[in-house]
Design a binder for this molecule. Structure first.
Ligand SMILES: [Zn+2]
Ligand SMILES: [Zn+2]
Length: 303
């Protein structure tokens, strides 16, 4: 996830450079393509976790590359409408990124990203200013000699703020979910009427608890809120038979010694590791539980 953050840090630099005099045009020309590549790559690595929208990352490369090519072509006088093309492609991938911010905010519970689409305000203002100044000389002079400069500054500021917010927020993605070690499995009480119990429950999904139909276990009810999530703090490798005390690897159906079946709950309120009903868990503190069958440490989170 560092790539995504790095891409947005470069984007902050670009937004700042954009508001400075043209002397610093060259660093921007180097930072911009690097930023585009890193951002596309970062979104690509998040892909699966964002659902269908996660497949949009090539658009950032394509449209970003087109923006860059158009700006270069315009500055070397190769094409006449380079700037217009650049504005169109820039606005397009900015809209795609805004959708990605919102999806990431909701999927990965990174609330600050809900504010990242403020960049669209900057994008549309700058587009408007440039479109107007390309049509009328007076408008261009207003931009150049002060009257509208503050608009361009303010727009650049929203771009920088959006990129900085995104960079800082996406830094947390790596920190919160190191692969493998601390898995978070989401679990919830299934309603009694459900005829087809879900066999697999996606990670990171939380389901609402219906207050009027409390879970079977009293303990779970005491921690029930609008949403509950059971997180694995440390994962055990063995389940222990409740009848004879013999151990067996996680996933074993019956005790290898005495044949007693290991408990598996059909509802989602169960140990994420061995599937034992959560009623078997023992409370260590208000939120900390230990599974009664596999002794994995569990934490109950309320959202
Ligand atoms: Zn046994
Ligand atoms: Zn367990």
């Amino acid at each position: 996830m560092r790539l995504l953050s790095l891409g947005y840090f470069l984007s902050v630099i670009n937004a700042l450079i954009f508001s400075l005099p043209t002397i610093l045009y060259l660093p921007a020309l180097a930072a911009y393509p690097a930023s585009i590549i890193l951002r596309g790559w970062g979104w690509r690595s998040l892909g699966k976790r964002l659902g269908a929208l996660g497949n949009l990352y090539p658009a950032i490369w394509i449209l970003g590359g087109a923006t860059y090519a158009a700006i270069l072509s315009q500055s070397y006088g190769l094409i006449e409408y380079g700037l217009l093309i650049a504005l169109a492609t820039w606005a397009s991938y900015s809209a795609i990124e805004a959708a990605l911010y919102l999806r990431t905010a909701s999927k990965l519970k990174l609330r600050p990203l809900y504010f990242s689409p403020i960049s669209l305000v900057g994008v549309s203002t700058i587009t408007f200013v440039f479109l107007m100044s390309s049509r009328t000389i007076q408008f261009m002079e207003q931009v150049r000699y002060g009257e509208l400069t503050y608009l361009v500054f303010a727009s650049s500021a929203t771009l920088a703020a959006s990129a900085l917010l995104t960079a800082l927020t996406t830094l947390r993605i790596g920190a919160e979910t190191p692969t493998g070690e601390r898995e978070v499995e989401a679990l919830l009480v299934s309603t009694p009427q459900r005829t087809t119990p879900r066999r697999t429950i996606n990670e990171n999904i939380t389901l609402p608890i219906k207050r009027e139909k409390p879970p079977k276990t009293a303990r779970a009810a005491t921690v029930s809120g609008p949403l509950i999530r059971i997180e694995v703090i440390s994962r055990s490798n063995t389940v222990v038979c409740s009848k004879c005390g013999a151990g067996a690897p996680i996933g074993t159906d019956k005790c290898l010694e005495c044949g007693e079946p290991f408990k598996k709950a059909a509802t989602a309120l169960r140990c994420p590791v061995c599937k034992a009903p959560f009623s078997m868990a023992r409370a260590v503190s208000q939120r900390h539980y230990v599974c009664g069958q596999c002794f994995s440490d569990l934490r109950v989170l309320q959202r």
